[in-house]
Design a binder for this molecule. Structure first.
Ligand SMILES: NC(=O)C1=CN([C@@H]2O[C@H](COP(=O)(O)OP(=O)(O)OC[C@H]3O[C@@H](n4cnc5c(N)ncnc54)[C@H](O)[C@@H]3O)[C@@H](O)[C@H]2O)[C@@H](O)CC1
Ligand SMILES: Nc1ncnc2c1ncn2[C@@H]1O[C@H](COP(=O)(O)OP(=O)(O)O)[C@@H](O)[C@H]1O
Ligand SMILES: [K+]
Length: 450
C-alpha cells in the first residue's frame, strides 16, 4: 500500500470547484474526462501486458472515464470488453459512450470475468451505500487484478462514512487529486496502491500527503543551543519521558534536559531532579517543553503543566497533558503541538464529527494548536486549515512507547524555531522513516538507538 508523497488532497466539493475553475479557464470537462481516461488506459495497458481486460462502467462520469479508457485501450490493440449498469446519465458520459464503437454488455450475474477488471462504476458521486445486489455482482471478481478509477466503487470520497467496497483494488488511479478516503481507515487499504493522475487540475495544496523526509543539511555555524534546546518533564512513569528525551536528541535537538524522575536514556541527556523546573523552563535558550509522556492526570501533572504554560515557551503536550492543557492553550497564542492517539483524542475533543480529517481540523481550531492525531492513518492539522495525511505510516510503530518517541521528536523540531505545523510534519516523517529503517521487531528503544 503506497500513496504519492506531497500530493494534494481534495474533498468532493473542492474537486467540483477545481473542475469548474478548469472549465472557466478554458479546459472543457470533456477534455478532463479524456485525460482521465487516457491516464487509466496507460496504467491498465502496462498492468495487463496483453491479458484480456473487462471494464465495468457506471451511469455517471466515473463510467464516462471507463468508456474513454476502453476506446484508447482498443486503439492500442488491447482485448477489451465493456459491461455497463444501464445507459449513461450525464452528457459527458453519454458522449464517451457514443465514441466507444465496441459492444456494451449488461453488467449482471452472467458477466464473464477477465484477468484485469477495471472498476469505473462509481467515484466521487456515490451518494449512498451500494445495494447488496450490486455488491454481490462486484464481489464475484475478487481475486482478479483490479484497477479502480478514482475510487474503488462503494467508497465515500470524503472519508466520513466507513462504507467498504465489495471489490478492493490492487491499484487505484486517483483523478486530479487524492481524496480523503484514499488516506483514512478503514477505506485506505482497499485502494491498494494509489497513483495520482493530475489531469491538469489546479488543486489547492492546503491538504496534502506526507512529504518525503528532507535531506539532512547541517548548518556549519551551528552550536548545541542553536540546534534547539528541549526540556522533557518526567512524571511517575519515567521510562516514557526517557524515550521522549532520547528521541529529542536523535531527532536533532542540540541539548536535552530530562526534568523529574528518570535516568538519562543516552549519556548526553542532562538529568534534573525536578526542583529546578521553573528555572529550567525560564531559560531563554529553551526552544520547547514536552509534557505528558508517562504523566497521568493528577496534582503532579497540573503543577508541572502550570509551570510549562506559564513559561510562555513552545509546547508539546501528549497523553493526559492534552486534556489538562486545553483550556489554557485555547485562551492564548503560542506555538504548540498536541499528539493524541484515538482514545486521548476522543476524551479531549468529544464534540467533533465527520472524517478523521474533519475532526482533527476541528480540534486544531478549538485548541489553537497543531494536532497530530496518531494512528496508522495519522492526520496532522493546523488551526489555519492546513492538513497533512501520513497514510500508510509504518506498521512496526504499533508498539508501546513509540508515541513517547514521537512527542520527543516533535519537541526537537519545534525547538529549531519556525512553524509548528511544519515541525509536526517533520517529526511524523522522521518517526516513520526511522521505523521503516529498523523494520520488523522494532521496539520503541530502537528508535532512540540506545
Ligand atoms: N471532478 C473532475 O474533475 C473529474 C471527474 N471525473 C470523474 O467523475 C467522477 C464523478 O462523476 P459523477 O459525479 O458523475 O459521479 P459517479 O460517476 O461517481 O456516480 C454518480 C452516479 O451514480 C449514481 N449513484 C450514486 N450512488 C449510487 C449507489 N449507491 N447505487 C447506485 N447508483 C448510485 C448517481 O445517481 C449518479 O448517476 C469522478 O469520480 C471521476 O471518475 C473525470 O471524468 C475527470 C474529471
Ligand atoms: N498500525 C500502525 N501503523 C503505523 N503507525 C502506527 C500504527 N499503530 C500505531 N502507530 C503509530 O505509533 C505511535 C503510537 O503512539 P501511542 O499510541 O501514543 O503509543 P504509546 O503511548 O505507547 O507511546 C503513533 O505515532 C502512531 O501513529
Ligand atoms: K470506481
Amino acid at each position: 500500500m503506497t500513496v504519492p508523497a506531497d500530493a494534494p488532497i481534495l474533498t468532493a466539493a473542492a474537486m467540483r470547484e477545481a473542475e469548474a475553475a478548469c472549465a472557466a479557464a478554458g479546459v472543457s470537462l470533456a477534455e478532463l474526462m479524456e485525460r482521465a481516461g487516457a491516464a487509466v488506459a496507460d496504467i491498465v495497458w502496462r498492468m495487463a501486458a496483453g491479458a484480456p481486460i473487462l471494464i465495468l462502467c457506471g451511469p455517471g462520469n466515473n463510467g464516462g472515464d471507463g468508456y474513454v479508457a476502453a476506446r484508447l485501450l482498443r486503439v492500442r490493440g488491447a482485448e477489451v470488453r465493456v459491461a455497463a449498469l444501464g445507459e449513461p446519465k450525464t452528457d459527458l458520459a453519454k458522449a464517451a459512450r457514443a465514441a466507444w464503437t465496441g459492444e456494451v454488455e449488461a453488467f449482471d450475474e452472467r458477466t464473464a470475468p477477465a484477468p484485469i477488471v477495471v472498476d469505473a462504476l462509481f467515484g466521487a458521486g456515490l451518494s449512498r451505500r451500494l445495494s447488496d445486489d450490486l455488491a454481490g455482482l462486484l464481489a464475484r471478481f475478487a481475486g482478479r487484478r483490479v484497477v479502480a478509477v478514482d475510487l474503488p466503487s462503494g467508497i465515500e470520497s470524503d472519508g466520513g462514512e466507513a462504507w467498504m467496497p465489495p471489490l478492493p483494488a490492487h491499484v487505484t488511479v486517483a483523478l486530479g487529486a487524492l481524496k480523503p478516503a484514499h488516506l483514512l481507515l478503514p477505506t485506505a487499504p482497499a485502494c491498494g496502491r494509489t497513483l495520482l493522475a493530475s489531469i491538469g487540475i489546479d488543486a489547492a495544496r492546503t491538504m496534502r500527503t506526507l512529504p518525503p523526509p528532507p535531506l539532512p543539511t547541517g548548518d556549519p555555524a551551528a552550536h548545541k543551543y542553536s540546534r534547539g534546546m528541549v526540556l522533557v518533564v518526567a512524571g511517575p512513569m519515567a521510562g516514557a519521558a526517557e524515550l521522549a528525551a532520547g528521541a529529542a536528541l536523535r531527532a536533532g535537538a542540540g541539548y536535552v534536559v530530562l526534568d523529574g524522575a528518570g535516568r538519562a536514556p543516552l549519556s548526553a541527556v542532562i538529568c534534573d531532579d525536578g526542583d529546578a523546573l521553573a528555572e529550567r523552563a525560564a531559560d531563554p535558550r529553551l526552544g520547547a517543553i514536552v509534557v505528558g509522556p508517562g504523566f497521568p492526570a493528577g496534582e503532579g501533572l497540573t503543577r508541572s503543566l502550570d509551570v510549562a504554560l506559564g513559561s510562555g515557551k513552545p509546547l508539546v503536550l501528549d497523553a493526559a497533558a492534552i486534556a489538562a492543557g486545553l483550556t489554557a492553550l485555547a485562551s492564548g497564542e503560542r506555538r504548540a503541538i498536541l499528539t493524541p492517539h484515538e482514545g486521548e483524542f476522543a476524551r479531549s475533543f468529544p464534540a467533533t464529527g465527520g472524517s478523521k480529517i474533519d475532526r482533527t481540523l476541528a480540534a486544531a481550531r478549538q485548541s489553537r494548536a497543531v494536532v497530530v492525531h496518531k494512528g496508522a492513518d495519522t492526520v496532522i492539522a493546523a488551526p489555519d486549515g492546513r492538513v497533512v495525511a501520513a497514510w500508510p505510516g509504518c506498521p512496526w510503530l504499533a508498539s508501546a512507547g513509540t508515541g513517547d518517541v514521537l512527542a520527543g521528536a516533535c519537541g526537537a523540531m519545534l525547538a529549531r524555531g519556525g512553524d509548528a505545523f511544519e515541525a509536526a510534519v517533520a517529526a511524523v516523517g522522521w518517526h516513520i522513516d526511522r521505523a521503516a529503517r529498523i523494520g520488523p521487531g522494532l521496539v520503541a528503544d530502537d528508535l532512540i538507538g540506545k
